[in-house]
Write a protein that binds this ligand. Structure first.
Ligand code: PLP
Length: 393
């Protein structure tokens, strides 16, 4: 399996067949498993074999197929699936940290990630230093001998700053810190995170992996040692397990992941190019545009600009709202990576909680609209966005 190429891994990776030899992956919608004898139960609790399960909070055959398929795709030794992306972020951090540890994190984070790093970790005696993720000198001066982990989103939400993974990993590894990367915006298709030095990669599977807006899910990827000795004991006892039904939905989503993400990325590139320079916009932010400050880095690190762009509509919040309300194809919602194009106003929704100064520091201006490009016809999307921009002036 390890020498298969991406699309083959996405279709066949991790498949386990029951005695019926079914074609489509089976959903083992069961919480538990029957032991033939009391001795078998004792033995399995002592050490469960590869095809032996105990309780769905610990593991389940459908969930294991999903874990193995994502691990194969990412090139990771192992994976642990979780109920949501946030369960994965929280599980990766809290399973390995303890009081007295220090963490360095980039400042531009998804709201819930920021909550864990700003609010939760501190309560348990973990100190967190926030830095401008794009400034390697800032990472260099923030790490210390007791820095246990660094955390970052490889492409930040919603301002799409691209962080130099290789650079940050070198700085972190010099003090022995574990590099944990939330890689949602890079997508598993364009990720080279492990190769560039990440130790642990986290995804919200709710985004591109499902890609059709059906369910929540998350996954933590890393070495077998880290996943089975650090992550699994923590998660199996604290309850962030993925539902077998969701694992099945996500497995089926993975079959088309490469096709969808590449089509969406091509769409995002075309939309960004069509809107670049539009007089009704302050700016178009997209890593695939040469005007993006980390354009070359994005090209080297992902080979793509990704599937999401942000536009800053002239006229502030009122104009941004007029734009959103005039869209006919793009829906107003807050998911991303979906087959349906989705427009979001971060300042009043996903990042509403942040004080105005923090929004300003992160570039979350009142006119900023994030657009996740879906699978619609690109010409239709550009026409829809242009007609909606007409209503802003
Ligand atoms: C959506 C998202 C999450 C959280 O994932 P859920 O599945 O919604 O819990 C974490 N990080 C990033 C960057 C995200 O976009």
């Amino acid at each position: 399996m390890s020498d298969w190429n991406t699309r083959t891994k996405l279709v066949h990776g991790g498949t386990r067949r029951s005695q019926y030899n079914e074609v489509s992956e089976a959903i083992f919608l069961t919480q538990g498993f029957v032991y033939e004898t009391a001795e078998d139960a004792q033995q399995r609790f002592l050490k469960a074999g590869d095809d032996e399960f105990i309780y769905a909070r610990y593991g389940n055959p459908t969930v294991r197929m999903f874990e193995d398929r994502v691990a194969a795709l990412e090139g990771a030794e192992d994976a642990f699936a979780t109920a949501s992306g946030m369960a994965a972020v929280n599980g990766a951090l809290t399973s390995m940290l303890r009081a007295g540890d220090h963490v360095v994190s980039s400042r531009a984070l998804f709201g819930s990630c920021l909550y864990i790093l700003e609010e939760v970790l501190g309560r348990f005696g973990v100190e967190v230093t926030f830095v401008d993720g794009t400034d390697l000198d800032a990472w260099r001066s923030a790490v210390r001998p007791e820095t246990k982990a660094v955390f970052l989103e490889s492409v930040s939400n919603p301002t799409l700053e691209v962080i130099d993974l290789k650079g940050v990993a070198e700085i972190a590894h010099a003090v022995g810190a574990t590099v944990i990367v939330d890689n949602v915006f890079a997508t598993p298709v364009f990720s080279r995170a492990l190769e560039l030095g990440a130790d642990v990669v986290v995804y919200s599977a709710t985004k591109h992996i499902d890609g059709q807006g059906r369910c929540l899910g998350g996954v933590i990827l890393g070495t077998r040692e880290f996943i089975r000795k650090t992550v699994e004991p923590y998660l199996k006892h604290t309850g962030g397990a993925m539902s077998p039904f969701n694992a099945w939905v996500l497995l089926k989503g993975m079959e088309t992941l490469d096709l969808r993400v590449r089509a969406q990325a091509a769409g995002a590139q075309a939309v960004a190019e069509a809107l670049d320079g539009d007089p009704r916009l302050e700016r178009v932010i997209f890593p695939g545009l040469p005007s993006h400050p980390q354009h070359d880095l994005a090209r080297g690190q992902m080979g793509s600009g990704g599937t999401v762009l942000s536009i800053d509509v002239k006229g502030g919040q009122a104009a941004a709202f007029r734009f959103l309300n005039a869209l006919e194809i793009c829906i107003i919602s807050n998911n991303l990576g979906d087959a349906k194009s989705i427009a979001t106003h971060p300042a009043t929704t996903t990042h509403q909680r942040l004080p105005d100064e923090q929004k300003a520091a992160l570039g979350i201006t009142p006119g900023l609209v994030r657009i996740s490009v879906g699978l619609e016809d690109v010409g239709d999307l550009v026409a829809d966005i242009r007609q909606a921009l007409d209503s802003t002036v």
